[in-house]
Design a binder for this molecule. Sequence first.
Ligand SMILES: *[C@@H]1O[C@H](CO)[C@@H](O)[C@H](O)[C@H]1NC(C)=O
Ligand SMILES: *[C@@H]1O[C@H](CO)[C@@H](O)[C@H](O)[C@H]1NC(C)=O
Ligand SMILES: *[C@@H]1O[C@H](CO)[C@@H](O)[C@H](O)[C@H]1NC(C)=O
Ligand SMILES: *[C@@H]1O[C@H](CO)[C@@H](O)[C@H](O)[C@H]1NC(C)=O
Ligand SMILES: [Zn+2]
Length: 954
Amino acid sequence: MGKGFQISKTVGIVLIVVGAAAVATIIALSVVYSQEKSKNNEVKPTAEVATSVPPTTAPSNEPWDQWRLPQTLSPQSYNVTLWPRLKPDPTGLYIFTGVSSVIFKCVEKTDLILIHSNKLNLTKSVTLTEHGGKPAPSIDWTMMYQKTQYMVIKLKESLTAGEIYELHTEFVGELADDLGGFYRSEYVDENGEKKVVATTQMQATDARKAFPCFDEPAMKAVFHITILHEPGTTALSNGVVIDEGQITVDGTLVTKTTFAATEVMSTYLLAFIVSDFISIEQTENNLQIRIFARKEAINSGQGEYALNKTGPILRFFEDYYNVSYPLPKSDQIALPDFNAGAMENWGLITYRETALLYDKNISSNGNKERIATIIAHELAHQWFGNLVTIRWWNDLWLNEGFASYVEYLGADKAEPDWNIKDLIVLNDVHRVFAIDALASSHPLSSKEEEIQRPEQISEVFDTISYSKGASVLRMLSDFLTEPVFAQGLQTYLDTFKFSNTVYTDLWDHLQMAVDKTGYELPKTVQEIMDRWVLQMGFPVVTFNTETGEITQEHFLLDPNSKPDRPSEFNYEWFVPLTWTKTGTAKPNGWLLEKTAKNDDLKISANEWVLANINVTGYYRVNYDEENWNRLLNALQTSRQSIPVINRAQLIDDAFNLAKAGIISTTLALRTTLFLDAETEYMPWESALDNLDYFYLMFDRTELYGPMQAYVGQKVEPLFKHFTDLTDWKDVPKGHTDQYNQVNALRVACSTGLENCTTLVKNWFQQWMENRDNNPIHANLRSTVYCSAIAAGGEKEWDFAWDVFEKTNVASEKDQLRAAMACATKPWLLNRYLTYTLDASKIRKQDATSTIISIASNVAGQPLAWDFVRANWEYIFNQYGGGSFSFSNLINGVTKRFSTQFELQQLIKFRDDNANIGFGSGTLAIQQSIERTNANIKWVEQNKAAVLEWFKNPS
Ligand SMILES: *[C@@H]1O[C@H](CO)[C@@H](O)[C@H](O)[C@H]1NC(C)=O
Ligand SMILES: *[C@@H]1O[C@H](CO)[C@@H](O)[C@H](O)[C@H]1NC(C)=O
Ligand SMILES: *[C@@H]1O[C@H](CO)[C@@H](O)[C@H](O)[C@H]1NC(C)=O
Ligand SMILES: *[C@@H]1O[C@H](CO)[C@@H](O)[C@H](O)[C@H]1NC(C)=O
Ligand SMILES: [Zn+2]
């Protein structure tokens, strides 16, 4: 799956700072973890629905109480016919009906068939037949067992090992709007008509919601799919269409579309979709590439960018993997309702609209980057993941980490001018450092038996799997060198195609590549990688330029915390080292012990040492104070001698080392002093990210003025730089320069730089006067809207609301919805808050994020808190069942809390509403209390020094 949590750079919160307040999350996450542990031990009551004769034995440890399938049966092929109804039945229910046969081999004698089935009702008795040989045993009883999501079929006699059988089922299921299994998505078309799309999301465990199947990734089989659908609609699936015709079923004329048999594949990669979407296509080397979406989107050219980039990215991966694309076609489709960012179904990739559709006039360059990288991510899976599949979900990190790494390589081929490979450091490495530095983090790899239930499987789709997976694979590819890495990858794919692996299979093939090339490593691939994969966290490596000592230590953000779990390697790593002395590269080496000595490290006058060049290693770096001072000096006097990625690293490492109490907070602040000369995006973004926490803690205190003055003074030259470059009539050429232009505008306006506020006021004014002719560049819109609404009043707000209500472009709606939260007049914010509980004004799915946006605004924070407290009962009852996320809401509204008074209010809120409850926000209340305590402590310890520093920065 693509990352669901990725948000585009410029859509979202502007002006207001939201971010990785790492200190704040320390405690929160350790609560999550301990809760998780206790959850795993609890025994849930079982519910079962018997459709025939239920078993009489106590249901404590029957075979169907096991979450994993027994190895007695092995599926070979399925014939599945499904008929989704796009109109509700007389009771208002949307349903689909289905007929499915699975041919399986009995591997081991058994009188029990366990096959996954969830929320399906049988409409006919199940039948079992034998393919050749003597007749199949007759069925004793059948039961739908809800707890483990099995259909259980007890036979009167045993199946015979080595024989082939066929199980036939007929069933009905609900085509619900629950975004899982076979589900429905709704939208309003260009004529204002409501349309229904039937679509699928199987990963990880929902294929069993579409038809009975052996729903584990290693139970690969061939699938013959047939879809019945309303004439006039189109059916799509993994394979190409081999037959299409009209037939009459139960008096209804339907189109019957039959698809070619799939390759041998896992159930979680199946997809079928019925819609009235249209497509654009092109053919490359006999491969058909199509992009599907709503008619209106395709007709306005929104699929073109994706179509343009798919061919080059596919060709890149064919070369990189040295395996040609395994299927005869590649379809990609944008869906109005989709949970994750995208899903790599084999040959039919599904996306949310913003992850595939690009509109030249409305989408920003951040939207464009997201599209290029997500396409690359999903196409990478067509081999790594789909052709060769992990055996079980405990190795998910390998699948997702790999795709999350090579998405940068694929996108780099599609957009060679972007330098996109550098951005993995901000987007993945720094992002996951914040989480992996907590005592409650967890290792990449889990044991197979630890990941059993569907909710445990869902939990492994987290930032650790994606971003840490990507970071350590990037490190591996870097120290092996890319040709060696690619060579091992190629033999791995070739050896295991159409089958399954565990992650050490990849290590074996990389080792073979290492041995073959005679490349020298101090340890085996497996020995090195075990340290990064089997233990959580990462080291901070200290380079002492006085003593020449290099030392590693497990880096924990909270210096008082202790890792929850022991490590067989004692929290030591085999660390690939790269460093330079005053810009001159040294040979790379390894840190294989806790401490090593290298006299080369010692510096003489004016020299400095910089380590972890380009942050290819998954570790933070600390230095002795003298070297820190020299690096800070180099940043201010000759910053070009430090690579741009490392300028971002020095800031991020320093702020995090300060949070962990390893260096002082003022030393961290000093890493931002050079920014008045800096024009590059990465260092700026890193600094703004880290300063976010200071804003959250201090923007309601006397520190606000000096802090704003400091940041304003740093950003003014950047604003001038972009004024000189573009006169704000255009955007700069460079991709990351465009991002930094947005930063310049956002921060200059938020710190009150007059040239900036005048500029955005005038733009917005012009737009209000001529609304069909928006003069603001798409990249800058979120920021400009937010600044103009913050500076303006009712007129500006009402105008934004009116456009919001009328536009039918999803990304424009999102931009405006966030910008309206930037208002500063309390009555406007209060009115907006009441709109969030009116579904005719703000869609239910957007209510939480709107309240959170308002709370992110320093003026909106107390209003949102009052609003949530006053309306808790209503919110809880009205939104309790849906996708309304109480935990995000509670965390969002309370994240600034840093005083005793706020702590008392929070505790009172918890106690006052104990009878109503907090549903999915129960844990978040506890987390917020703990986070508030941590914030109080941090503010106490740092406020005086920080105030002093901002008054007199040096
Ligand atoms: C499944 O469909 C294929 C292709 O239509 C056909 O050859 C095969 O006999 C069918 N098998 C079953 C069990 O119906
Ligand atoms: C399946 O059966 C249950 C229990 O009788 C019923 O509530 C549900 O609506 C049925 N589902 C469908 C799609 O018919
Ligand atoms: C797609 O490629 C065509 C042909 O090169 C080009 O004219 C068009 O501008 C491209 N579209 C987008 C959105 O990049
Ligand atoms: C570091 O990254 C920059 C920018 O991508 C690149 O030009 C440079 O070659 C890299 N340095 C090393 C030592 O790989
Ligand atoms: Zn993925």
